[in-house]
Ligand binder design. Structure first.
Ligand SMILES: NC(=O)c1ccc[n+]([C@@H]2O[C@H](COP(=O)([O-])OP(=O)(O)OC[C@H]3O[C@@H](n4cnc5c(N)ncnc54)[C@H](O)[C@@H]3O)[C@@H](O)[C@H]2O)c1
Length: 325
């Protein structure tokens, strides 16, 4: 099947693109390279450089190619940055997605998988978040994704689009060929590993007085290959129905536990410096992944933090400066 992967030069999109190719699909990557890397795009994929805000480019893309489905990863992803530049985030993520959806349905493409986020929930109301918990984003990034989820529901109702919205928790880990290289890097695991590589003197811990056992925030880390597997299952399930699913392991690890595990995996002492809390960080964010397990038969292959960190460490050691371009 011919699949359009937007954001396929980014961390998750490039790895899912590779897994799709391995599963026998044809892949076209559409990415502006605003944040991604040309070198991350799988060689077997067709690459088109373009921006979701360019409606003409999208119309041409869908006229020239007969896509079976769209997997939509392209977005700006920094919740902190979105608190400084809300218009940038709402325009790029919400308007960009609307342009993409319009171009897709105009050409009769009826299957769509969205990279959504746990940030659509805002502050969780229970320890393991369920899909029908309140949707109250606390930053424009989360709001932009929630807007896209709502668009999808309308496009389903009016145009018959089938969609899956996958609400990822914290994506992490690597394959031998591809890993996490955000610039600047705000995610915990690559930042910890940059300390182990000697590229940072220490790791900053933001908040040690949260109501958690060790005082640091707790997050649910999911291996990027387990995310990829969920995309392939979600695509298959679109033949039957649309769906919204959490994607996490259902286990939480505190910042201090991540650092401890990284010390074991890398053998580096990883010095830390404690800083005050950052606004908008929820103390605990853990997925209930029961729905995707039950409905799609998804099972994580790499649920343990240690194996997630090991895969990331191998990639960072092999690529200490990240991608060449
Ligand atoms: N990384 C995570 O832990 C995480 C968690 C939850 C959700 N997500 C979602 O997963 C998706 C992928 O995240 P990632 O970590 O791979 O991010 P990333 O920044 O590595 O990749 C995003 C890609 O989208 C491209 N892009 C952005 N705006 C574009 C536009 N207007 N037109 C064309 N291309 C554009 C960028 O150039 C980049 O290559 C995002 O939608 C993000 O919101 C990620």
């Amino acid at each position: 099947m011919n699949i359009l992967v937007t954001g396929g030069a980014g961390y998750i999109g490039s790895i899912v693109a590779q897994e799709l190719i391995q599963a026998g699909h044809e892949v076209l990557v559409f990415d502006s390279l605003l944040r991604g890397h040309r070198a991350a795009v799988p060689k077997e994929a067709t690459f088109v450089r373009g921006d979701l805000l360019d409606q003409e480019a999208l119309a041409k893309l869908f006229e020239e190619h007969d896509f079976f489905a769209v997997m939509h990863f392209a977005a700006l992803i920094e919740s902190g940055e979105s608190m400084e530049k809300p218009a940038l985030y709402l325009r790029n993520n919400a308007l960009g997605s609307l342009n993409l959806l319009e171009a897709a349905v105009t050409q009769g493409v009826a299957r769509f998988v969205l990279s959504s986020t746990a940030d659509v929930y805002g502050i969780p109301v229970r320890e393991r978040i369920l899909e029908n918990d309140p949707l109250q984003p606390i930053n424009p990034y989360g709001e932009s994704k929630l807007l896209v989820e709502r668009m999808l529901a309308w496009f389903e109702r009016i145009h018959g689009l089938r969609y899956a919205a996958l609400r990822y928790f914290n994506a992490a880990g690597a394959t031998p060929q591809r890993g996490e290289d955000h610039r600047p890097e705000s995610h915990l695991i690559p930042r910890v590993l940059q300390v182990a590589l000697g590229q940072r003197d220490h790791l900053e811990i933001y908040g040690t007085d949260y109501p958690t056992p060790d005082g640091t925030c707790i997050r649910d880390y999911i291996h990027v290959l387990d995310l990829a597997q969920a995309h392939i299952l979600a695509l298959g399930a679109l033949e039957e129905r649309s769906g919204i699913y959490n994607l996490g392991n259902g286990h939480g690890y505190s910042v201090k536990e991540v650092i401890e595990t990284a010390r074991r995996v890398t053998g580096h002492p990883i010095p830390t410096v404690e800083r005050p809390r950052r606004p908008g960080d929820a103390p605990i964010k853990i997925a209930s992944a029961e729905k995707i397990e039950r409905e799609l038969g998804w099972q994580p292959r790499y649920p343990h933090l240690e194996s997630i960190l090991e895969s990331a460490w191998r990639w960072h050691q092999a690529n200490p400066q990240g991608y060449p371009e």
